[in-house]
Design a protein around this ligand. Structure first.
Ligand SMILES: N[C@@H](CCC(=O)N[C@@H](CS)C(=O)NCC(=O)O)C(=O)O
Length: 204
């Protein structure tokens, strides 16, 4: 059975939510988010950068939430939530899935990183405001799609919605998902009604 290593609120939400949507059996092992644990040899053997999450499938171990999601889809998904291989639908699902981590989550991660640094002459505030602005550019891209559709690709729920659903949690947490994006707020609320989202966000 899949074992998903998780800390409440972290990116393992994507994998737990996906398993719920697909009906794939899994167990969650809650780990410590303390720097000491994440720097330990035990954890670095699961995730060499000391970040969360990681996953085991039997004696196979991997990290990176998007890759974990892809593995579960390929091995257990039976073609669900990804579109026909080689189709434009599949390409757009990949586009929005990569966007969620490589483009949208990036400035939001900068907010977390810079809040750890003591403010010096307003530099940190500048970086945080700049990061929020870059997050808002991503929200505008999502808003353009979901003002005319329930989901990101072909108006059909896919893994792209799971990937971005987690990043929207971050955007909401940092106050970037505000009333300037009403269709995205409604889209996020729609995702939040899914039982898999509720199980995944409660886990940990
Ligand atoms: N791209 C990685 C990002 C992993 C990541 O940044 N995880 C966060 C929690 S969601 C973390 O461990 N942060 C602690 C740190 O960066 O020190 C993934 O998708 O798995």
């Amino acid at each position: 059975m899949l074992k998903i290593y998780h800390v409440k609120g972290t990116r393992a939400i994507r994998v737990i939510w996906l398993c719920e949507e697909l009906g794939v059996p899994y167990e969650v092992e809650v780990v410590s988010f303390s720097p000491d644990f994440r720097q330990s040899a035990e954890w670095r053997a699961k995730n060499p950068t000391g970040k969360v999450p990681a996953m085991d499938d039997g004696d196979f171990t991997m990290f990176e939430s998007g890759a974990m999601v892809d593995y579960v889809l390929e091995k257990y998904g039976d073609g669900r939530l990804v579109g026909e291989p080689g189709s434009q639908t599949s390409a757009l699902i990949r586009q929005w899935s990569w966007f969620s981590e490589a483009t949208f989550a990036r400035p939001l991660g900068e907010i977390v990183n810079h809040r750890r640094i003591a403010p010096k002459d307003g530099e940190v505030e500048f970086v945080i405001e700049d990061s929020k602005e870059r997050g808002r550019i991503c929200l505008a891209a999502i808003e353009d799609v979901v003002k005319n559709a329930d989901y990101l690709v072909d108006n059909t729920f896919s893994v792209a919605d799971i990937m971005n659903g987690y990043t929207l949690i971050l955007a909401e947490t940092f106050g970037v998902l505000d009333d300037d994006f009403p269709a995205t707020q409604a889209y996020f609320a729609r995702l939040g009604e899914r039982p898999g989202f509720q199980v995944a966000t409660a886990a940990g």
